[in-house]
Design a protein around this ligand. Structure first.
Ligand SMILES: NC(=O)c1ccc[n+]([C@@H]2O[C@H](COP(=O)([O-])OP(=O)(O)OC[C@H]3O[C@@H](n4cnc5c(N)ncnc54)[C@H](OP(=O)(O)O)[C@@H]3O)[C@@H](O)[C@H]2O)c1
Length: 232
């Protein structure tokens, strides 16, 4: 998988669609992109789009909850940027949530942060530079009915991100968390009217803003919401 490149490398999880795809496309202008998700055809389409714009991209088909596959696949990647974006949401009352749905959200939204971050962080610390961006949610600092598990995983993302930031910032590694409100992606299929929502590109702008700061500046937390939310 490892492409030889003199560009900086950015690993983006959940790059097959939605926010991760938008982030990968933006990073493709400046970085070699390692695009991670389970859907190979969508990853290949993304990689072709980045290549046709003059960039380079490796499409990496892995399930981020598979600790061994993540460790094996990312072992040789010299990541300068990691965007931990992969996520799932089953929004329903606790009594309707299955055990599988609960565990999938905890595994993808939270446990996978450990597997992926653990795979690339040692190299960043060794080189004394790097940037890890988590895509959280405004559900990471508020609650909503139907969000008992989802909001809990996103609260965990906040605790993880701030703690990690305090651990590694003086080793040259920045940690940021971008918390979107409602974004018009397939994630929001429960809400058919997406016209009032922000777009995946809007969230990608926020991610790029956090990454494109001078070495002395650390933007740790960004919240990006619809200016005019749906009424009612
Ligand atoms: N959309 C919103 O309203 C909203 C709001 C706030 C926060 N967020 C957060 O933003 C992030 C991206 O959401 P989105 O709206 O872009 O959702 P999306 O369009 O459904 O995309 C989710 C991405 O995560 C990947 N993914 C899911 N499970 C995976 C797994 N086990 N292994 C590897 N990749 C996996 C999917 O790829 P494959 O299916 O190909 O594996 C896909 O690329 C999530 O963390 C979500 O919680 C979204």
């Amino acid at each position: 998988m490892a492409t030889i490149t003199d560009k900086n490398t950015a690993v983006v999880t959940g790059a097959s669609r939605g926010i991760g795809r938008a982030v990968a496309l933006r990073l493709g202008a400046t970085h070699h992109v390692v695009a991670v998700a389970r859907s190979r055809p969508q990853l290949e389409t993304l990689a072709s789009e980045i290549r046709s714009g003059g960039g380079s991209c490796d499409a990496v088909e892995i399930d981020v909850t598979d600790a061994k596959a993540v460790a094996r696949t990312l072992a040789g990647v010299r990541a300068d940027v990691l965007v931990n974006n992969a996520g799932v949401g089953y929004m329903k009352p606790l009594l309707e949530l299955s055990s599988d749905e609960w565990h999938t959200m905890v595994d993808v939204n939270f446990n996978a942060l450990f597997h992926v971050t653990r795979a690339v962080l040692p190299g960043m610390v060794e080189r004394g530079r790097g940037h890890i961006v988590m895509v959280g949610s405004i559900a990471g600092r508020s609650a909503f009915a139907g969000g008992s598990c989802y909001a809990a995983t996103k609260h965990a993302v906040m605790g993880f991100s701030e703690s990690l930031m305090l651990e590694v910032r003086d080793q040259g590694v920045k940690v940021s968390v971008v918390n979107p409100g409602s974004v018009a992606t397939t994630f929001s299929r429960r809400d058919r009217d997406t016209s009032w929502m922000i777009t995946a590109d809007d969230v990608a702008d926020a991610v790029i803003h956090a990454i494109d700061t001078p070495p002395r500046v650390l933007v740790h937390r960004i919240e990006v919401r619809a200016a005019i939310p749906k009424k009612g």
